[in-house]
Design a protein around this ligand. Structure first.
Ligand code: NZQ
Ligand code: ZN
Length: 393
């Protein structure tokens, strides 16, 4: 059964080779006075991209200030710095050059400038945003989908608490996506990105909240495309066509296209991973791969028809004797894919060894962050979260 939906995707996408040259013109069209050019920890400077962006802004006659240094699992401390800088300089537009971490840092700064009080209160569920500075994006990694999503994930430095906040205010005005820019990525980051892209659709696909045939077909096509092209990139990282397929999939996977008509998304694997990312500072995609198999085995009987469909239509396994066997084959095939692209399928393979005390803490925090329960394939309580963490060791 399909559900009513409200699909809002206001981001202008400028896609393809050399599109970053249009940055100045696109920013100028926003009619802003001063821009914050926000970027990461080195790659954009090293590849020469930042020089080209600066030149493009200068040629368009745009005033800007810069703030680099965003790290993966972007930190609240830099967000505070960015807010202070924007206020001092009268910044009214933020240009994020980077991946999910830079874009999310830009969104949080944008919230902080517009909303009075401590911006962390949004992430702490203590208040709601009433606006955000407008954001533009030059994307350098296909992964988080933040360039078209409504969400923003920030890590508080003390205690490593990673929390998300979503609203339409932070949706990017434009996203420049040149797949060529992603060829400088380390293989590990490319694989992490492909994993995250798959997961954003899987989190919507494994649901007990209704579905639509068209949405399912889009989701399955997207997942098959990512599975195929991730392996092409493993062997041929410079393949432009594969880079392009993955980059476009990354945006469509998290702009809610694959959630239309589905009332409840699952997102339990994401909730489980965010706590791990906060505590152990691991790459988001790798953290997802490490917990997914344990999550899937824990919940699949509660959502058997969807797991069976996934096995047959996405992983394209031979049917088993019954739906259960087919579903399990699909889960195994997914884990085998993760291994083939160098992703972990357990916390040990992820390179961390949490104590049982830490697992208990992760489950408690995951439950708090989720408001007590999470999921649609199966609704998880804190005890379920702990069981999944333990199974994923
Ligand atoms: O900082 P630099 O030096 O740029 O290095 C980055 C970083 O180390 C590097 N990199 C990026 N583009 C590159 C490059 N290196 C060489 N060449 C390039 N072209 O890659 C590393 C990872 O970058 P990051 O931005 O952290 O990756 P990603 O896009 O995966 O973002 C991850 C963050 O997004 C959050 C995650 O939790 C995590 O904090 N998410 C955000 C979402 C959203 N806002 O909608 C949804 C996601 O589910 C996710 O939670
Ligand atoms: Zn994700």
């Amino acid at each position: 059964m399909s559900n009513n939906f409200n699909y809002y995707t206001p981001t202008r996408v400028v896609f393809g080779k050399g599109t970053e040259e249009q940055t100045g013109a696109l920013v100028k069209a926003q009619g802003c006075r001063k821009v914050l050019l926000h970027y990461g920890s080195g790659s954009a400077r090293k590849t020469g991209l930042l020089d080209r962006i600066e030149k493009s802004l200068q040629e368009a006659g745009i005033a800007y200030v810069e703030l680099g240094g965003v790290v993966p699992n972007p930190r609240l401390s830099l967000v505070y710095q960015g807010i202070a800088l924007c206020r001092k300089e009268g910044v009214d537009f933020i240009l994020a050059v980077g991946g999910g971490s830079v874009i999310d840092s830009a969104k949080a700064i944008g919230y902080g400038v517009v909303n009075e009080g401590d911006v962390w209160e949004l992430y702490d569920r203590k208040k709601q945003a009433t606006g955000c500075l407008p954001i533009g994006v030059v994307l350098t990694i296909a992964a988080a989908g933040s360039e078209m999503s409504s969400s923003c994930v920030i890590t508080k430095d003390e205690g490593g608490v990673k929390r998300g906040y979503a609203s339409d205010y932070c949706r990017a005005r434009f996203a420049i996506m040149n797949p060529e820019l992603t060829t400088t990525l380390p293989d590990y980051q490319t694989a992490c990105g492909c994993t995250d892209i798959l997961m954003h659709t899987m989190e919507r696909y494994f649901t007990n909240g209704g579905h639509m045939e068209l949405t399912d077909s889009i989701a399955e096509g997207l997942m098959r495309t990512v599975l195929r092209n991730a392996e092409i990139l493993r062997d041929h990282p410079d393949d432009y066509e594969a880079r392009a397929e993955i980059m476009w999939a990354g945006s469509l996977s998290h702009n809610d296209l694959t959630g239309c008509g589905i009332q409840e998304k699952d997102f339990a694997s994401h909730a489980l991973e965010h706590e791990i990312g906060g505590m152990f500072d691991v790459a988001h995609g790798a953290g997802l791969a490490a917990v997914w198999g344990s999550w899937a085995r824990y919940v699949y009987m509660n959502c058997l028809d969807r797991f069976e469909m996934f096995a047959l239509r996405v992983m394209e396994v031979e049917p088993g004797r019954d739906a259960q066997e087919t579903a399990l084959r699909g889960i195994e095939a997914m884990e085998a894919f993760y291994r083939r692209i160098g992703m972990p399928t357990s916390l040990r393979e992820l390179g961390i060894a949490p104590t049982d005390e830490q697992l208990v803490e992760l489950a408690r925090n995951c439950s708090i962050a989720s408001g007590g329960k999470k999921g649609s394939a199966k609704v998880l309580q804190e005890a379920d979260m702990l069981a999944i963490y333990r199974a994923s060791l």
